[in-house]
Design a protein around this ligand. Sequence first.
Ligand code: C2O
Ligand code: CU
Length: 466
Amino acid sequence: AGAAGVAGLGAVGVALRSDGDAGTVSAYPEPEYGDPDRTYRLTASEHEIDIAGGDSYDGWTYNGAYPGPEIRAVEGERVRVVVENDLPEETTVHWHGMTVRGDNAMDGVPGVTQEAIAPGDEFVYEFDAEPAGTHWYHSHVGLQLDRELLGPLVVEERNPHVEYDAEHTLILDEYLPEEPRVETADGMDGMGGMGGMEGSFPGAPPASGTLVNGALPSDPAEFEITEGERVRLRLINAAAATMYAVGIDDHRLTVTHADGPAVDPVTVDTLEIGMGERYDIVVEGDSPGRWPIRIAPVDSVAPAGRAVLAYEDATDGIDEGAIGGHRLQYADLRSLAPAPGVGGSPDRTIDLELSAGGAMGMMGGSGDDGEWTINGQAFPDADPIRIQEGEHVRVRVRNRSPMRHPMHLHGHHFQAGDVVKDTITVPGHMGQVEFDFVADNSGKWLFHCHHLYHMETGMVRIVEYV
Ligand code: C2O
Ligand code: CU
């Protein structure tokens, strides 16, 4: 739907805001609607969130629930989601993992693909459910994701390559009892912090626990498995600022899907999941009973390849030994269907450097204090990355900061080594990743760090088809 229209509009360089008057030129692509197979309705509103254990706080939710209701479809179906905004601020919804091919207008990026939905208004999103797999949806405005405007989006495969008897979706998130706000060095410690660094270094306010499906993990993070049973777990890291290590006592994890698409199953003891990433795992019941799923925040300043498990008050009893062993690496993953057209040498190579502004100058930073930058520019004062329809594009990302950055590309899955993903964590301390994709989805698409506070302070670019 709408590919031609979107391509035409791609030539407009600036995002002009339509004021709604007849005759006003809008730079936004035109939404096009079809005949949906499934229709959902999400109402974003302020709602009290109860945390198991008696705590509650004022969150923002979809349909009064955190996580929001599951959106589920079968591969290839057309999905319509009517989003109503009952919040005191404008909002949008992004379908993280959906290619929204030909539907740039449905990508949910305010000021880029649409005008944000004003309080009291609604917007009708529609997209094809592809690729199959475990995805999610969330607000793409400011820090709203950290007010809990998020939920699961599952696309069932028509021909699954794994068999399982039961499935559960586990949404990992940090418990942030305070108002979300960008913190700088003075007020920081813990996982978002850079203890001892001079100057301001923007991050997230300290979290005080890990939530699984909206509850502290004592209850839901245990699961029961019977002899011979195969349980599929769909893991989604919806946290704003925390990577997690995941393991299950006495069981190994067979990873079957990464960011949606199927991989050649690989069995590991633990895995790390960055913000925005998804892994599906199958656990086999060779040791029946009730088993705790160990979920530990990973120290975000640990050197690449040497993950350090941090402990949090809410997840007492995490035993580093219990979740040691072989930890999943990207190099272990091989997608069953490689991204088409990315063999051979690229038509265009784009080099990007991630760094913090100002105070981090000694590590190659440029830009101002309190910013996270890509090639020294902090969004929105940043040049678009221009590509052309049909090109084989290679992106090389170097990290000049000590922190890891889970980088997410909208509108495309890309191939990194042998795995096809949409979000990839660049290791800290001069870490580097490289990925390839074919430019086959015209429009303007974001490429950004999924650390919400890095994104909010500039680590974003628009990838624009010209
Ligand atoms: Cu899940 Cu642009 O984000
Ligand atoms: Cu980041």
